[in-house]
Design a protein around this ligand. Structure first.
Ligand SMILES: [Zn+2]
Length: 163
């Protein structure tokens, strides 16, 4: 038997960390359940530290009420995956920006009926894809979204504000 092919402790550690990453990356945003926190750019990293899984997240907005639930959801997901020792760290530097949102995430948002982040003059109705909507309220269903109404089909929709 060739001892060089045996996985050392380092390999086991990397595997555990990547499993933990996959577990955490599948946690969805409680307000936008079609998007994972990885796609949103909220998940900044998963590392192992003295045998514990340490997850770093950056809130979309400071004081975002969904963050508390995201932290709980991460803990529950890691518990279910068999990780007993874990914690969540919140970092505000650098600040989250809508640029961290993946292209795939933007497409999912639009199919979900939310206009993805873009300059406000470029916002299109997620339903009929036409432009020139009118903003009804700076704050829609959550602080990170504004409520708009389509000038073509007349339907109201949320716009994820560029940030
Ligand atoms: Zn429309």
């Amino acid at each position: 038997m060739d001892a060089t092919n045996l996985p050392g402790p380092g390999v086991v550690m990397v595997t555990a960390a990547s499993t933990a990453f996959d577990t955490v990356a599948s946690v969805v945003d409680p307000e936008i359940p079609v998007l994972t926190i990885d796609e949103l750019g909220v998940l900044r990293g998963v590392r192992e530290e003295d045998g514990a899984v340490v997850v770093t997240i950056t809130p979309t907005y400071s004081g975002c009420p969904a963050m508390r639930q995201i932290e709980d959801d991460i803990s529950r997901a890691l518990d279910r995956a068999g990780f007993t020792d874990h914690r969540v760290e919140v970092t505000y530097q650098p600040a989250w920006t809508t640029e961290w949102m993946t292209e795939e995430a933007r497409g999912k948002l639009e199919r979900f009926g939310i206009a993805p982040p873009t300059a406000v003059e470029d916002v299109r109705c997620p339903k009929c894809r036409l432009g020139d909507p009118r903003m009804i309220a700076q704050f829609g269903s959550t602080a990170c979204k504004a409520l708009m109404v389509c000038s073509a089909c007349g339907d109201p929709f949320d716009y994820f504000k560029e940030h």
